[in-house]
Design a protein around this ligand. Structure first.
Ligand code: NAD
Length: 357
């Protein structure tokens, strides 16, 4: 049985088939509350089994004096229900508090971040109509381990942490996912020509695990040319596995070239917990204007429904979302004159999906 199927089965076998499933919900910062509202309205209208238990993390939590950004009550809810749907959370740049996203991923043991990036041609305008790439990002190690300090007033240092067990776990997960989804090619991106020991270990582990999957083509690219090729010819990639930082960057690139970063959803998976969120951030530049695209968070929620075993509702919502796009009803980020039929705000886009359920 694949790792993904095992994780899903472990969760769903602990649920009885028609009962509501409690899911922690963190609305997030910036555009988080408005896209969360849109997504929850769609799931409720579809009669999904998810029963949301709100928790507060991020900016509001800091304002309440919780220094980690996650209160003891929020941790208790997460540990009890084990599944989280999360809006994007702001993290100050160059100082201030530590990223709540990183804290959640590390504390909950969410070792793999799965970010599907595919085109929705011909409905959403893109230069790459045949693109369908799955990015599997290592989610706990690398420079995201947050081991950083000031040596002197003029010298700073950040430690890049790559372990053999951590690399093996996410790379094996990537190959199992490729097999489960019938994907034929797995690429690994690192910079092991320069970081010979750390990225070298990730690459060596990739080559060793790849040998166990002779049915799947495997190949390594140095991150610079890998990213350039992904931006220029994304059709040549099927699944890419990468250390944390590279995976973060290439998934924004990939999501953007499908039409908008607002279309990307993602799943953070670990042996006991799962967290579903959009690829993008809290977009403070458009917060509160009812123009954000809720699709990334909605696609994450659809994956969450599959994870809790509510596959029929997941398929119905996905079909209604596709129909909305196909009819040219688009949010501002994917609206193109001559291609789209109508520009809709966040809540009107959600209403259009609900009408098509
Ligand atoms: P961002 O992804 O928030 O925004 C980048 C650009 O994309 C902006 O122009 C924004 O308006 C646009 N955009 C993003 N999502 C959109 C959507 N759904 N619909 C339409 N347009 C959308 O990236 P940023 O500005 O670099 O980061 C803002 C904040 O988000 C930072 O504090 C950062 O730390 C945080 N962040 C959080 C997460 C997360 O919670 N997982 C991920 C990335 C960034």
């Amino acid at each position: 049985m694949s790792v993904t199927a095992q994780v899903v089965q472990n969760f769903t076998s602990s649920q009885s088939s028609l009962q509501p499933v409690p899911v922690a919900l963190a609305a997030g910062d910036g555009i988080g509350p408005e896209i969360s509202q849109a997504v929850c309205r769609i799931l409720d209208a579809a009669g999904s089994r998810a029963s949301f238990v709100p928790i507060t993390v991020g900016e509001r939590s800091y304002l309440d004096g919780v220094s980690s950004g996650v209160s003891p009550e929020a941790w208790a809810t997460l540990r009890e229900h084990r599944v989280l749907l999360k809006g994007p959370i702001s993290t100050p740049q160059g100082g201030g508090y530590k990223s709540v996203n990183v804290t959640l991923r590390k504390s909950l043991g969410l070792f793999a971040n799965i970010r599907p990036c595919r085109s929705w041609h011909p409905w959403v305008a893109t230069r790459h109509p045949d693109m369908d790439v799955l990015i599997v990002r290592e989610n706990e190690e690398d420079t995201y381990a947050g081991i950083e300090h000031r040596q002197t007033a003029e010298v700073t240092q950040c430690l890049k942490l790559i372990t053999q067990p951590g690399s093996e776990r996410v790379i094996r997960y990537a190959f199992e996912l490729a097999r489960a989804q019938g994907r034929r090619k797995v690429h690994c991106f690192t910079k092991d020509n320069i970081m010979k020991i750390t990225d070298g270990l990730f690459h060596q582990t990739f080559d060793r695990i790849a040998a166990e999957y002779p049915d799947i083509e495997s190949s390594h690219l140095i991150i610079d040319i890998g990213t350039a090729l992904l931006a220029d010819r994304p059709e040549m990639f099927d699944l890419i596995v990468a250390p944390n930082l590279y995976g973060d960057i290439i998934s924004d690139v990939a999501a953007q070239i499908t039409g908008s970063v607002g279309l990307g959803g993602s799943a953070n998976i670990g042996p006991e917990f799962a967290m579903f969120e959009a690829v993008h951030g809290s977009a403070p530049d458009i917060a509160g204007q009812d123009i954000a695209n809720p699709s990334g968070m909605l696609l994450a929620a659809v994956d969450m429904l599959r994870y809790i075993g509510d596959t029929s509702t997941a398929s119905r919502i996905h079909a209604a979302w596709r129909k909305t796009l196909a009819e040219g009803l688009h949010t501002a980020d994917i609206h193109r004159a001559g291609h789209s039929r109508k520009r809709l705000g966040t809540q009107a886009f959600a209403d259009a999906i609900i009408e098509r359920l």
